[in-house]
Design a binder for this molecule. Structure first.
Ligand SMILES: [Zn+2]
Length: 281
């Protein structure tokens, strides 16, 4: 690790030298990167369990399992909830494994499937049950309505929490590890990691990225650890400040993914509408 840069910070109001940032965040070390294979095995075991619970719910639906101590609706809801819990926890383990050992993006289809495995499992764990429930003629109307609503809500929750909103590829991870050899920092609720944090000899924060100003605690570690912790991108402010290129950042510019002619058409349409409104007035 390079020596931390020392800079004088001068207060704009008094002109005096300020030696510290207003609020000093505490810096803690990142937890070691876990074992991706272990996490994947855990995810698959939980997903298999989810399918078992779905099959049990289907058995109840067709009267193959008859418990007298509990109404049929409660039995269905119990297995829907157990099914949902297994899908959700399994997907979190799977996402974590993908952040530790990301898939290559060389094959886009495989990369998509690998990153969306949790969502696919969520669909398989609920859609067959929902179809069989809706087409079942032996279940009373009230049970059918409530169980369908419960299963659809469970599907939405399980599917929504299984999406990886910050996917990372093996290539992105490699590029980030090659470009950044120093420690990086992230806040408890932040979605990105930062490079611009200057510590003094005692490990206290002297200067940092403005996006970290309000954080009470920062975690520090390697880029690999930051990505494993779900911070898959570099803060764009830090990238500019520390002149880091070739690393995925959080910089989202509309013109990056909307073709220029579309932007122009939208602007033209807005202008025409404005002129028409003026004329009408
Ligand atoms: Zn930053």
């Amino acid at each position: 690790m390079a020596e931390p840069k020392k800079k004088k910070i001068v207060s704009a109001e008094s002109g005096e030298v300020v030696t510290s940032v207003p609020k000093k965040p505490q810096v803690v070390q990142a937890a070691p990167v876990g074992n991706a294979t272990g996490l994947r095995v855990g995810a698959i075991v939980l997903w298999v369990l989810a399918f078992v619970f779905e099959i049990l719910a289907i058995c109840i639906l067709f009267g193959k399992i008859q418990w007298t101590f509990m109404p049929q609706l409660y039995q269905l809801i119990l297995f829907i909830v157990l099914d949902m819990a297994c899908v959700i926890i399994g997907s979190q383990l799977w996402k974590k494994a993908n952040h530790i050992k990301p898939a290559s993006e060389k094959n886009p289809t495989l990369f998509w499937l690998w990153n969306n495995m949790g969502v696919i499992v969520a669909c398989l764990a609920f859609v067959p049950f929902i179809i069989l429930l809706l087409t079942n003629k032996n279940v009373d109307k009230k049970t059918k309505t409530i169980a369908t609503i419960a299963a659809v809500i469970a599907l939405l929750i399980a599917g929504g929490t299984s999406v990886d909103y910050n996917p990372v590829s093996a290539e992105q991870q490699q590029a980030a590890m090659e470009a950044i050899s120093e420690s990086v920092f992230w806040s408890p609720f932040g979605k990105v990691y930062h490079t611009y944090v200057v510590l003094d000899e005692t490990g206290e924060v002297v200067e940092c990225c403005p996006h970290l100003n309000r954080s009470e605690q920062l975690t520090t570690g390697t880029v690999e650890e930051a990505i494993a912790a779900g911070r898959t991108r570099l803060c764009s402010y830090c990238a500019k400040h520390d002149a880091i290129t070739g690393v995925a950042t959080d910089n989202v510019d509309v013109s990056d993914y909307v073709p220029e002619d579309v932007v122009e058409t939208v602007e033209d349409a807005a202008e025409t509408a404005e002129t028409e409104a003026d004329e009408a007035a």
